[in-house]
Write a protein that binds this ligand. Structure first.
Ligand SMILES: *[C@@H]1O[C@H](CO)[C@@H](O)[C@H](O)[C@H]1NC(C)=O
Ligand SMILES: *[C@@H]1O[C@H](CO)[C@@H](O)[C@H](O)[C@H]1NC(C)=O
Length: 380
């Protein structure tokens, strides 16, 4: 009981820093729990009301949660009438309070630090929480560790001769330098020149070289100025767009087994440290282009994928482009599931190329690649 209460309080405090306020209006018909643990605190009334609303929302979502401890703390039968179905569904996928609630032990560990001193070096823990949908993470009042010998200067060009190793804290990685990453793991994006080459040349029908894309957009009178590259690794797509066309591309990237965010930033590009299931942090209808690289593929749960596509639609302006670069799935799923799902967006198919994925896993699972360029209708 004491644990549950302190847990609730803890969650409350954590959630205040997040965007959960958007749920405020959804819970107006909920019963507020008695403020037993808060009565002694000097929190103003309106703040208390907000906190209660958040707690009520968390409880309400939790009640519909398929977790056993949530079921046991709630004797009554859940009534789902008041909560929109998509909210319940989404709360299971992503970044509303309940996603952190699922990993209370990790969140507890993350928030156990000494305020006003150096933060624990726990980037792995943060990465795990974020990947599990606990995002945005609560803020902390501590100093994030910085590299001990930062480089005297930083690259100005998105294709620098080398990325300065001393800008990265390497302790959690097997490799201790960018050279090591590009030599030992040639296919994870740190060979910048090779990656650049693959983005500007045509060698199979799955390729849409960047100059060709820009030409297509120009002929369609669609100006390309800003874009988002989802799962963009080291940011090479953004780098080429900047280098050749002065186009600003934000790159969403996670630090899975390598310092991708640092690499993007060292190239003078903007890394967004957000997972695939996160609502894109830009307003509706503001970008000209969203590109999804290979990180977007059949391993993403179907419903997450669907929410993602509609979020992409949200941020694209009318006439903007969705570019799927080597999306892979089973051939059958592309025909029966993903094709129709993409089709529902109602976009114009500028390019739609499907080819067999010929590596061993591709052959084994009868997988195909899809490269598609789709244009959002000018108005809806
Ligand atoms: C990019 O912008 C710079 C500075 O405004 C300009 O000098 C350059 O010509 C532009 N390059 C392209 C390809 O538009
Ligand atoms: C692609 O793979 C399928 C089997 O999954 C095969 O029937 C087909 O001939 C292949 N196509 C090409 C172009 O190799």
């Amino acid at each position: 009981m004491v644990f549950t209460m302190s847990l609730n309080l803890f969650l409350l405090m954590a959630m205040v820093t997040t965007n959960i306020f958007s749920l405020y209006h959804l819970s107006s018909n909920l019963q507020f729990p008695k403020p037993t643990s808060l009565t002694h605190s000097p929190i103003p009334d309106h703040r208390l009301l907000q906190l209660h609303t958040i707690r009520a929302t968390i409880n309400h979502l939790t009640r519909h949660y398929p977790s056993s401890d949530a079921a046991s703390t709630n004797g009554g039968k859940p009534s789902s009438a008041a909560v929109p179905r998509d909210l319940l569904l989404y709360s299971r996928l992503s970044s509303i309070a309940s996603s952190c609630h699922n990993h209370v032990d990790l969140l507890h560990k993350y928030m156990s630090y000494t305020p006003f001193s150096i933060c624990p070096h726990d980037s792995d823990l943060q990465e795990t929480l974020i990947l599990n949908g606990c995002h945005p993470l609560p803020r902390r009042r501590c100093f994030s560790k910085t590299p001990s010998k930062p480089p005297p200067s930083l690259p100005l060009h998105p294709f620098p001769i080398f990325l300065p190793d001393s800008s990265v804290i390497w302790s959690k990685y097997a490799c201790k330098s960018f050279t090591c990453l590009s030599e030992k793991q040639p296919n994870i994006g740190f060979d910048l020149k090779k990656q650049r080459e693959s983005l500007v040349t045509f060698s199979s029908e799955l390729d849409l070289p960047i100059p060709q894309f820009m030409q297509i957009a120009k002929l369609a009178n669609s100006v390309i100025r800003i874009g988002i590259d989802i799962g963009g690794g080291t940011g090479t797509f953004a780098a080429v767009m900047k280098e050749l066309y002065n186009v600003t591309v934000l790159t969403t990237t996670m630090n899975i087994n390598a310092p991708y965010n640092e690499a993007v930033a060292l190239r003078g590009l903007v890394p967004l440290h957000v997972p695939l299931q996160q609502r894109l942090p830009v307003f509706d209808g503001v970008v000209d282009l969203v590109r999804c690289g290979r990180a977007v593929n059949r391993w993403i749960p179907l419903v997450v994928m669907e929410f993602m596509l509609y979020d992409v639609d949200r941020v694209l302006r009318g006439g903007g482009y969705l570019w799927l670069d080597r999306f892979f799935s089973r051939r059958e799923d592309l025909e029966k599931v993903f094709g129709p799902m993409i089709g529902k967006l109602g976009y114009k198919k500028v390019k739609w190329s499907v080819a067999n994925k010929t590596d061993s896993s591709g052959l084994k699972h009868e997988e195909v690649y899809l490269t598609a360029l789709l244009q959002k209708p000018a108005s809806k």
